[in-house]
Design a protein around this ligand. Structure first.
Ligand SMILES: *Cc1c(COP(=O)(O)O)cnc(C)c1O
Length: 516
């Protein structure tokens, strides 16, 4: 039997770690870490934007096991500088133009620090009333900025409201699950194999994943074909046709995901008319505006979500283009009860008077997880620190920089804009004609200049541009055409960075073209 003594003998006698939440250490190290990050931002342009390390690089640099005795923060920060930063792709660099950027801000970062600092686990109202109430308030604020109909707002008193999810994937899974259970409660759970989900071939792959997790038959997933000539929008006629075929086959259409600002090309589905089609079949329509939703706080972009009053749910990622750190997906629903019916949990240890009174929101019943972070804090700081007018101007400045880049691309006849630009992202490529120097369709090295060859050259161009470390952009494939995506949205980006990025592209193209 263990003696009292042996149970309580400390394993090490290090004098400086008396308590993992020592307040003076918190103050000292906190200042050091903010300074470390401020220096990082000061020097961010000195690092290659895209990390240049090889897979497994870190294992070679770090010990095989955790230290048994404490190490000072100074040593740890030194290792972050030497070993971690080289393995970081610098999403906040002004020369970052890849994917959709994640625009950081002082308010976003420090709001995150505050919410992490309190470290509350706000699953229900009583577990931190401020976390829940602030979330409902900022979701109404943002909803009003977007001119969402009252049916999506708590203030509308029509049952609707907003919730902050981690990511769009979660928002899709939660709404799809709610829609599934709503229909199955009418037709019986044994009919799950008949349920059909619709999107376009441009819809984010998160929808397919959500459908799989929700138990929808993979054969009942419709990625309806879109066309470049129709700007990759999901046509209501195509949707109508697909639904009719499914109904004739005895299947049950129940969920449509429309997108405003697709990931590949920022295509925009016509929400209103799609909802009209879906309505005839009693379907749930979710509108995914993960990227472009933010722009809709500007009056000149708001029309892209016209018709939203006919949808059942709407989401955007504030961690993409709204100066709020990952993760912060804002989801509004008209009928939270449908979400609650699918996602609520009960347990004796969770019961409390406030929940029983039904006067409060328990956000655990609006999401997958039980425990949840105080994400509203950072969104609140962003909204208050900048104000609506500035936020609009920040977004407009990104669009203006994308327009500048577009003009540069258009001024060089070796290049083309492949898809018309709408927001702050441009799809472009080197034209086959630039590669020709050819006779009878073959270039001087005997390569046939066809689409496949052109794609290969553009892939090479992008690879060399990114390997230079000076900028980072990504690609997509549209109707078999390999295109480079240039997405403005990093908060530190200025005109001069856009001009430099174009210079890098042009000079790299010179080198690539000389070699072919
Ligand atoms: C980025 C993106 C997503 C995925 O967002 P997560 O928050 O990473 O799940 C979904 N849809 C669109 C249109 C996107 O651009």
């Amino acid at each position: 039997m263990a003696s009292f003594d042996s149970l309580h003998k400390p394993e090490n006698n290090s004098p400086n770690i008396v308590n993992p939440l020592n307040i003076e250490e918190f103050r000292r190290q906190g200042h050091m870490i903010i300074d470390f990050l401020a220096n990082y931002y000061q020097n961010i342009e000195n690092y290659p934007v895209l990390s240049q390390v090889e897979p497994g690089y870190l294992k070679k640099l770090l010990p095989n096991s955790a230290p048994n005795i404490p190490e000072p923060i100074e040593t740890i920060l030194q290792d972050i500088q030497n070993h971690i930063i080289p393995g970081i792709t610098h999403w906040q660099s002004p020369n970052y133009f890849a994917y959709f950027p994640s625009s950081g801000s002082v308010a976003g970062f420090l709001g995150e620090v505050l919410s992490t600092g309190f470290n509350v686990v706000g699953f229900n109202w009583i577990s931190s009333p401020a976390a829940t109430e602030l979330e409902s308030i900022v979701m109404d604020w943002l909803g009003k900025m977007l001119e969402l109909p009252q049916t999506f707002l708590f203030a509308g008193n029509r049952g609707g409201g907003g919730v902050i999810q981690g990511t769009t994937c979660e928002a899709m899974l939660c709404t799809l699950t709610a829609a599934r259970d709503q229909i199955l409660s009418k037709i019986g759970r044994h009919n799950i194999g008949k349920l059909v989900v619709y999107g376009s071939d441009q819809t984010h792959c998160a929808l397919l994943k959500a459908a799989k997790i929700a138990g929808i038959e993979p054969r009942n997933f419709r990625a309806i074909k879109t066309r470049k000539s129709a700007a990759f929008e999901l046509s209501p006629e195509s949707l109508q046709r697909a639904i009719r075929l499914d109904v004739e086959a005895g299947l049950i259409p129940f969920f449509l995901c429309a997108t405003v600002g697709t990931t590949s090309t920022t295509a925009i589905d016509p929400i209103g008319t799609l909802c009209d089609v879906a309505k005839d079949y009693g379907m749930w329509v979710h509108v995914d505006a993960a990227y472009a939703g933010s722009a809709c706080i500007c009056p000149e972009f708001r029309h892209y979500i016209d018709g939203i009053e006919k949808a059942n749910s709407f989401s955007l990622n504030a961690h993409k283009w709204f100066f709020t750190t990952l993760d912060c997906c804002c989801l509004w629903v008209k009928d939270p009860v449908a979400l609650n019916n699918s996602l609520s949990t009960t347990a004796e240890f969770l019961t409390n008077k406030a929940s029983d009174s039904k006067q409060v929101v328990d956000y655990k019943d609006w999401q997958i997880c039980l425990s949840r972070r105080f994400r509203a804090m950072k969104l609140w700081l962003v909204l208050r620190s900048y104000g609506v007018a500035n936020l609009r101007n920040f977004l407009r400045s990104h669009v203006d920089m994308a327009i500048r880049f577009q003009l540069l691309v258009e001024s060089d006849d070796r290049f083309e804009v492949v898809v018309p630009r709408t927001f702050a992202m441009l799809c472009f490529r080197l034209l086959p004609t630039a590669l020709e120097k050819k006779q009878n369709g073959f270039n001087k090295n005997g390569h046939k200049v066809d689409e496949e060859y052109t794609n290969g050259i553009n892939r090479k161009l992008l690879g060399s541009v990114n390997a230079s470390g000076q900028v980072y952009m990504t690609h997509t494939l549209v109707e078999g055409i390999y295109v480079l995506r240039f997405a403005v949205g990093a908060t530190l980006t200025e005109d001069k960075h856009v001009i430099k990025a174009w210079k890098v592209v042009q000079e790299t193209a010179d080198a690539v073209l000389t070699a072919v």
